[in-house]
Design a protein around this ligand. Structure first.
Ligand SMILES: Nc1ncnc2c1ncn2[C@@H]1O[C@H](COP(=O)(O)OP(=O)(O)O)[C@@H](O)[C@H]1O
Ligand SMILES: [Mg+2]
Length: 286
């Protein structure tokens, strides 16, 4: 078992500074009953960028992310992570995709450190993980991850005594302890006050830039996306409605994205299904 652990780490950390994509999303579609959640969505993520996904509620952001992380099965299309289809990834490869949630999903009674160690579980043979006998190397990695997010001093504090912003930092440390190539963050700052939110997004951006981890992050505030993202993907009514470098996008582009105000029927009816659609010309700002 230990041999597998080491072998895996070596295999998945090649000195890959090539431009081969980290993630390829290809004509991805998924419906819930008659309701289309995402419709033929395609894009590619290269190593190290911070990509924001914007779009009105119901646009399909969460469904897209659940397909990317393998939590949901698409009806059609593919998600390729490195060389493999995401649905066929071995456990050790799947760990290279780390997920950050809106509600942090920490174990409240455990310390920050123990929560981060949970991110190392897949690297520890099962029986040792169950007995919580982490190796020194795992603990070092956990401390290093906490330091990376500025939470080393709170390592021994219980998660439920930390502020929201601090909890999200611990959750990001837990993600980093997985040594990910890709971080998928679905509305990671939606539960935070503006100053904590900006801090968390600055951290994610820095992780993308400095550590070359690819970050894809849905946001419901255009201002945050414009401030922090290198690239913005816009979704509307389950379709990819925008995909551009942040610097090339102006107010009008964002207004158009939110003006589409999709309903569950909008794909078929070109946006006439939602009575609120016409009135909804505003979008939230940071
Ligand atoms: N588990 C589900 N069952 C039924 N419908 C769903 C489910 N998840 C999402 N949907 C529908 O799919 C569409 C996209 O939802 P979602 O991906 O959550 O969008 P977003 O994250 O952009 O708000 C919506 O119409 C939503 O109601
Ligand atoms: Mg969502």
């Amino acid at each position: 078992m230990t041999a597998m652990r080491n072998g895996t780490e070596q295999l998945l950390q090649p000195a890959m500074e090539t431009s081969s994509p980290v993630l390829v999303v290809e004509r991805l579609s998924k419906a819930f009953g008659t309701r289309t959640a995402i419709n033929e969505v395609s894009f590619t993520l290269a190593a190290g960028g911070f990509t924001a996904v914007l779009g009105p509620s119901g646009a399909g952001k969460t469904t897209l992310f659940r397909c990317i992380t393998g939590l949901a099965r698409p009806d059609a299309g593919h998600v390729r992570f490195g060389d493999a289809d995401v649905s066929a990834l071995e456990v050790q490869d799947r760990r290279k995709i780390a997920v950050v949630f809106q509600q942090f999903n920490l174990v409240r009674r455990l310390t920050a450190l123990d929560n981060v160690l949970a991110g190392r579980l897949g690297y520890v043979p099962l029986w040792r993980g169950v007995l919580r006998q982490f190796e020194r190397a795992d603990k070092l990695k956990a401390f290093e991850s906490l330091e990376r997010v500025g939470m080393l001093e709170q390592a021994h504090q219980r998660a439920d005594t930390l502020s929201g912003g601090q909890q999200q930092r611990v959750a990001i440390a837990r993600a980093l302890a997985q040594e990910p190539r890709l971080i998928v963050a679905d509305e990671p700052v939606a539960s935070l006050d503006p100053s904590s939110a900006a801090g968390v997004l600055a951290l994610l951006k820095d992780i993308a830039r400095t550590d070359r981890v690819t970050v894809i992050c849905s946001l419901h505030q255009v201002g945050y996306a414009r401030t922090f993202a290198d690239r913005i993907i816009g979704m509307a009514g389950g379709r990819l409605a925008m995909d551009a470098a942040t610097a090339t996008l102006d107010e009008a582009a964002f207004a158009a994205l939110y003006a589409t105000a999709p309903s569950e029927h909008s794909l078929a009816s070109s946006g006439h299904g939602d009575p609120h659609a016409a009135g909804e010309r505003t979008y939230p700002k940071a």
